[in-house]
Ligand binder design. Structure first.
Ligand SMILES: Cc1cc2nc3c(=O)[nH]c(=O)nc-3n(C[C@H](O)[C@H](O)[C@H](O)COP(=O)(O)OP(=O)(O)OC[C@H]3O[C@@H](n4cnc5c(N)ncnc54)[C@H](O)[C@@H]3O)c2cc1C
Length: 241
């Protein structure tokens, strides 16, 4: 008998906020309860729709932050002047509801394969969210696929999932682009060939790469991977725009 993968939900449904966790001064994780949630894969996202009292609606995509088998959760970074994220980070409370559609996406997902291909995760800013779901998925399964995260972030204050990632120091590297913690061995810098080559598996090992973050970061990182000899089809990207 073969297991049927979770089917995407195309209809909007109500999701209730069951808890919130501050990740840093501008980032919050929202725990959700969604009746009949079909389960999700690591890397998928949902659409969230807010409706104002005057009927105006705004819809944005948010990655699922938890591993498959965990309740749906979203981690939202406040975009100053944005329409939706400031509400989700600063205003919405436990017990409130949003409308949600998903899980969505079948390309930017990771699950263990029979070949145990090494997996390089490259995050820029809030792009760490679906990659954290992949790390959690691997850990919950006790899977031995080689997996590393290289997380590019502006400053120590902006790191998301700080404690969780610190507990996996052997597979997580931080790259600060504007400010570093005191005594950090590398001055602030953009992701470059040297930083990447220090983390990336050689192409001969048939690695997979997942790259997520702002469009400029994703294009830059994917270009560097191609320069290192990665096959473009093995570099999966998700652009947050
Ligand atoms: C597949 C996918 C998954 C995503 N997952 C996540 C996630 O897990 N976490 C997360 O935090 N984000 C995620 N995003 C990004 C998210 O969808 C939103 O784009 C983000 O939250 C900003 O939405 P907003 O409504 O707050 O800002 P918007 O209103 O869309 O504005 C975005 C930015 O543009 C600026 N802006 C808006 N209008 C103007 C204007 N007229 N002139 C100049 N500047 C302007 C705003 O100040 C703001 O900084 C994801 C995106 C995609 C596509």
């Amino acid at each position: 008998m073969t297991a049927t993968p979770p089917q995407p939900r195309v209809n909007w449904q109500a999701a209730t906020i069951t808890g919130t966790d501050a990740e840093n001064a501008r980032t919050r994780t929202l725990q959700l309860q969604v009746p009949g949630w079909p389960g999700h894969q690591a890397g998928q996202h949902v659409d969230v729709r807010l409706t104002a009292e005057n009927g105006y609606q705004a819809t944005r995509a948010y990655s699922l932050a938890g591993a498959p088998g965990e309740d749906p959760a979203l981690t939202v970074v406040r975009a100053e002047g944005g329409e939706v994220s400031p509400y989700l980070v600063d205003v919405i409370q436990t017990g409130d509801q949003v409308e949600l559609r998903g899980p969505i996406g079948g390309y930017f997902v990771w699950k263990p394969g029979p070949r145990r291909r090494p997996v390089l995760l490259l995050a820029g800013g809030s792009g760490v969210v679906p990659l954290r779901a992949m790390l959690r998925h691997r850990a919950r399964l006790g899977d031995d696929t080689p997996m590393r995260l290289l997380y590019s972030v502006r400053s120590p204050e902006q790191v998301i999932y700080r404690r969780e990632l610190a507990g996996q120091a052997d597979r997580v590297s931080l790259l600060y682009t504007r400010t570093t913690p005191p005594g950090w061995p590398r001055p602030p810098a953009r992701l470059d060939h040297t930083a990447l080559a220090g983390q990336a598996w050689p192409p001969e090992q048939a690695p997979l790469a997942y790259v997520c973050g702002p469009t400029t970061f994703v294009e830059h990182a994917a270009g560097l991977l191609t320069d290192l000899g990665y096959t473009p089809a093995d570099v999966r990207t998700e652009r947050y725009g």
